[in-house]
Design a protein around this ligand. Structure first.
Ligand SMILES: Cc1cc2nc3c(=O)[nH]c(=O)nc-3n(C[C@H](O)[C@H](O)[C@H](O)COP(=O)(O)O)c2cc1C
Length: 188
């Protein structure tokens, strides 16, 4: 479990030419389906995308790596091969608690286990995405999970004395993610 969690980093650059099959996306959603849900309401619906034309309708509505100044997100050829969009069905529930985070993590861990990787994205230009994919108003757009074969190295660092938690990219393109130390987060 620890190895899987360590490997399950946020990746934002991919071998775009490596396809992800629709069947694989369905298997990943099945992991979310089987996960915990407040009141067991299971209020989510999913949109799957794994072909270039549909992917190109999703990509422009996402914001990537806000701490990396001046980087507009992955270039063509390094973009995700697939997406899973998590929607809240407002006819089932009006509030989604933290369920979409749990669903997202199940999917990302499953993807990692399959040698894939990706990024949970909440910075979404929602009305644009809704129009592009003709998503009915009944569904609240909650998260977009970008998936692909990772093409970047991500390493974990310890948060330093400055307390700065911003991730950064070095001159070799390696992505560094500071994490707070264990003895700093257990307070009692
Ligand atoms: C709820 C949530 C929303 C996020 N939204 C974005 C996003 O909009 N864009 C992005 O590039 N990364 C996003 N991330 C990824 C975080 O930036 C990433 O988890 C963080 O930098 C730590 O890196 P790690 O996942 O490798 O531990 C999001 C992560 C979570 C959990």
């Amino acid at each position: 479990m620890r190895d899987l969690v360590l490997k399950n980093r946020s990746y934002r650059r991919f071998y775009q030419e490596v396809d992800i099959k629709l069947e694989t996306l369905k298997e990943l959603v099945d992991l979310a389906r089987l996960s915990a849900s407040a009141r067991n309401a299971q209020p989510f619906k999913y949109i799957l995308s794994c072909e270039p034309r549909r992917n190109s309708l999703i990509f422009p509505h996402l914001a990537w790596a806000r701490y990396i100044r001046g980087w507009p997100g992955p270039c063509e050829r390094e973009r995700p091969s697939a997406y899973i969009i998590i929607l809240g069905d407002t006819e089932i529930s009006r509030s989604f608690d933290c369920d979409h985070g749990i669903a997202a993590q199940s999917i990302m861990l499953g993807a990692t286990e399959q040698g894939l990787g990706g990024c949970i994205i909440a910075s979404i230009e929602k009305e644009g995405l809704r129009k592009s994919l003709e998503i009915p108003p009944r569904y609240e757009i909650l998260l977009v999970l970008a998936l692909g074969k990772p093409k970047e190295t991500v390493v974990i660092e310890k948060v330093g004395d400055s307390g700065d938690i911003k991730y950064w990219r070095d001159s070799e393109g390696v992505h560094h993610v500071p994490k707070r130390p264990l003895d700093g987060i257990i307070i009692g």
